[in-house]
Design a protein around this ligand. Structure first.
Ligand SMILES: [Fe+2]
Length: 308
């Protein structure tokens, strides 16, 4: 594990965050999670988990991105479909809110299914995939898999995405956009694909193979479920987009960032990170893992505007 070096971190402007809507019942959200978790604070956590939906906006021109080449991206990360906080109605709301952003492209960064023990409303893969099929963008909807997708229901998830005609990118890259405004979209295989025990994993990621698919000088956007790959991403990539961390999911004093699922701790936990002139945006995601609680990290759709 590489040590976290504060000097490596460059503070950037905090994202602009707007609450898109608040449709779910605060009372039901609080009660549902209180029933599961008991403590009074679960009511507060339930409010965040079940009722909030932020749109977090970033506007940047990363290195290698041509001046004047505008591109808007909607990022949906860590949906973790399944109630109490990601039932079918909630997924519908998220799809509607995403479509309202009218971005050029929609990227799905993996972890599609809730796998925690407190799932109260399973949402079958073809059902959530049918909702995601409603996502609309001129340059399409593109997906990668996350670690949960590899660990649980992998065949169903692959079949559901295929059934929804959402292309799944695994160590691949495609050239998108109009002539004069082209860019490569690359998608990395999951870095934690196969658990080996004792906290070790064999990844399905092949960064070199992914980069080898890029055959022109057009700029590159890389999708990676886990942000940890960022330390290896070459300068050729203008922007890396990741999820997985849920921003820590539960941000409590003395606890956070102990539970950030990254070998780098809080270094890549959330937000816009610039290191060595390279840009990474980590979404806090939408759903939950381990427990259906979020504290201090509201569910979010990320909207990125490049080279405005
Ligand atoms: Fe994940």
């Amino acid at each position: 594990m590489k040590p976290v070096r504060p000097a490596d971190l460059i503070a950037v402007q905090p994202p602009r965050r707007t609450v898109a809507f608040s449709r779910r019942s605060l009372l039901l959200g609080g009660l549902g999670l209180a029933a599961l978790s008991g403590p009074a604070f679960a009511g507060y956590a339930g409010v965040e988990a079940a009722s909030m939906l932020d749109v977090t906006r970033y506007k940047l021109r990363p290195r290698g991105w041509p001046a004047g080449q505008r591109l808007t991206i909607t990022v949906i990360a860590d949906l973790h479909a399944g109630g109490p906080n990601m039932g079918l109605a909630r997924i519908r709301d998220i799809v509607d809110a995403s479509n309202a952003l009218q971005s050029d492209i929609v990227l799905l960064l993996g972890d599609f299914v809730a796998t925690h023990r407190f799932v109260t409303e399973p949402v079958a893969a073809p059902v959530w995939a049918a909702e995601l099929m409603r996502l609309k963008a001129p340059l399409g909807v593109h997906a990668i898999l996350g670690n949960h997708d590899w660990w649980f229901h992998q065949a169903d998830i692959r079949a559901a995405l295929a059934g929804a005609r959402i292309p799944l990118m695994e160590n691949d890259a495609v050239l998108l956009g109009e002539a004069g405004a082209r860019f490569w979209l690359a998608g990395l295989g999951d870095q934690l694909a196969v658990p080996l025990g004792h906290g070790r994993f064999r990844g399905a990621d092949d960064l070199a193979g992914t980069m080898a698919r890029i055959t022109t000088d057009d700029p590159v956007i890389l999708m990676a479920h886990e942000p940890d790959i960022f330390t290896s991403v070459p300068e050729r990539v203008s922007l890396t987009l990741a999820g997985h961390t849920h921003g820590g999911q539960v941000r409590l004093p003395l606890v956070w960032p102990a539970f950030v699922p990254s070998q780098y701790g809080a270094r890549f936990a959330y937000g816009h990170i610039v290191e060595g002139g390279r840009d990474l945006i980590v979404s806090g995601g939408l759903g939950t893992s381990v427990v259906p609680l979020r504290v201090g990290v509201p569910p979010e759709i990320v909207h990125v505007e490049l080279a405005a």
